[in-house]
Design a protein around this ligand. Structure first.
Ligand code: F6P
Length: 365
């Protein structure tokens, strides 16, 4: 037992995600009830740490938040304190302000910082750990693309929403003999498209890891027609791209450390496909932030709670500079040094792709 701990702080960074509040609740309740720590939460992610803006996290404050999407601590995906925009002589310059953050932690007597976020937020966590801050990471993202953990919280809710969207799209597809495309998020990883596509009975699944040939999609549509199936359902990941083509970028967010926002491949594919297919209307639905919002699924509530409890157990055991993770069905942890700078992509030779192919799903390769 690492018994010098009295006060801990939490922050949530990056895009919001179902399960953030469940982690905040899990950490706060365990810290107070089991170990007697005081808990505060910095607001708006690292920006709150820089500005020393925090709120007390009490049992009352975390009551009733388990299921709720978003984060009661608010979030920001723009504030990297190692490269932070500050005003200097009337000009805005980028500067490393991490020492100010460390001073703020000291001034508030924070013994350990728990950082809940995706790759950007956890990269900063690793950098703070390198500067001696006692820090623990909790892996968040609907994209499920962080290494060292089998599952990030938020992913399950996202695939539930995407699967329901596919179920609903079947209605119009069948009634009007249309080709219905669903564009889902996931950045450069195809997990959301792959898993919701299998659960939602998509005929074609397009993921970044397998560049697609549009003619193969047409072949699949024709193959189905020959079987008397006059509609088709396609799920496309926002990061999917054609063979010999590139991803579609929807927006550049200039002040973001990761400025490229993907999106638009679904509508592009609808236009291209309608040219080739002719005998069907092709329509696209972009699921967007709907898959990131709303109540957390049962699975995510449990996973987030397990992550929150484990984070505090690690504090008690003095295991710092590490990220909580899930390996198989076991909660464990991994050094932040081994998590950063890598993306966990779909294994194109893996079991899920094989499952898809076995049941006749086309990946259009
Ligand atoms: O990383 C989560 C995610 O929702 C991605 O799937 C998506 O590409 C991105 O964030 C969208 O970011 P924003 O909300 O800033 O547009």
């Amino acid at each position: 037992m690492y018994n010098k701990i009295k006060k801990i702080a939490l922050l949530t960074g990056g895009g919001d995600c179902p399960g953030l509040n469940a982690v905040i609740r899990g950490v706060t309740k365990t810290a107070i009830l089991k170990y007697g720590y005081e808990v505060i939460g910095y607001t708006f992610g690292y920006r709150g740490l820089y500005n020393n803006q925090a709120v007390p996290l009490t049992l009352e404050r975390v009551s009733g938040i388990l299921h709720k999407g978003g984060t009661i601590l608010y979030s920001s995906n723009k504030d990297n304190l190692f490269d932070y925009a500050v005003e200097d002589g009337g000009k805005v310059i980028k500067k490393d302000v991490s020492d100010i953050a460390i001073e703020n932690l000291k001034k508030s007597n924070i013994d350990v910082l728990v950082v809940i976020g995706g790759d950007g937020t956890l990269t900063s966590a690793r950098d703070f750990a390198r500067k001696g801050v006692k820090i623990i990471g909790v892996p968040k993202t609907i994209d499920n693309d962080l290494p060292a953990t089998d599952v990030t919280f938020g992913f399950n809710t996202a695939i539930d929403v995407a699967t329901e969207a596919l179920d609903r799209l079947h209605t119009t597809a069948e009634s009007h003999h249309r080709i219905m495309i669903l564009e889902v998020m996931g950045r450069n990883a195809g997990w959301i498209a792959l898993e919701s596509g299998i659960a939602g009975a998509a005929d074609v699944i397009l993921i970044p890891e397998i560049p697609y040939d549009i003619n193969k999609i047409v072949n699949k549509i024709r193959e189905r027609e020959n079987l008397g199936k006059l509609f088709s359902i396609i799920v496309v990941a926002e990061g999917a791209k054609p063979k010999y083509g590139d991803v579609v970028v929807s927006k550049i967010v200039k002040d973001s450390p990761d400025p490229i926002r993907l999106g638009g491949i679904g509508n592009k594919l609808a236009t291209d496909l309608e040219e080739l297919v002719k005998n069907h209307e092709v329509r696209c639905t972009v699921l967007g932030h709907i898959q990131r919002g709303g109540n957390a699924s049962t699975y995510d509530r449990i996973l987030s709670t397990r992550y929150g409890v484990k984070a505090v157990e690690m504090i008690n055991d003095g295991e710092f500079g590490r990220m909580v993770c899930l390996a198989g069905n076991k909660i464990s942890s991994e050094s932040l040094e081994n998590v950063i700078g890598k993306t966990r992509n779909v294994d194109v030779d893996g079991e899920l792709i094989r499952v898809g192919r076995s049941i006749g799903v086309s990946f259009a390769d």
